[in-house]
Design a protein around this ligand. Sequence first.
Ligand code: CA
Ligand code: CA
Length: 220
Amino acid sequence: MCGWLLEDKEGGKQRIEEDETDGTASFVPESYEKFGWLFIQIENSNGLSKAFSSEKFTITGPLASLVCEINLDKDSVTIGQPITATWTVSGIDETALVSIAWYVSEKPGEYGEYYGHLITVSETESTFVPKKGNHGFASIFFFDTNGYTKSVDSIGFYILPKDSGDANGDGTVDIMDLVAIIDYIVTDTQPKSLVNADANGDGDVDIMDLVWIIDQIVGG
Ligand SMILES: [Ca+2]
Ligand SMILES: [Ca+2]
């Protein structure tokens, strides 16, 4: 008896047995980025068996050497505002299909709702405007013409409510909100909205929220 042993990068193993009759065996891999071995197992009439295996071989695919790195123009975005992902790709075949996926969820770690579409290999940028949610991430997927899929890189971001930074709750984000947050940090005086005071949405009200608000005021 003989067969093939496959091992993926995470150590997952697969065993494919064959009914070998003429001293040869062949194998067509259905997925790639794996290692393989041919094994031969010989058993005598007493049930004793001995196994032999071949040298290790590597199964490569058209996307095997693909490298992609994705970045965002900001790490948090207010509902209704745009966030832009850019990426660099190397080792890609021009015939590959590429898809950008934006996910929006209420909690970190959840996939949530998917907003994605196919793009061309030469595209390196996508802009998304979240309409709800607390957390999001952007991910790039590649498909080759044989239907193999590879997700190469993804990056997460915070989604902030529309009134982020409006610590004193008067409807605008301005210097008075800085004063309210400084008051809170220094004297522990609660601002009208502690939720809005956590302007960057990271769960704490601190100097980074002052930086976020100054960025808003200066950047418009
Ligand atoms: Ca305000
Ligand atoms: Ca904060």
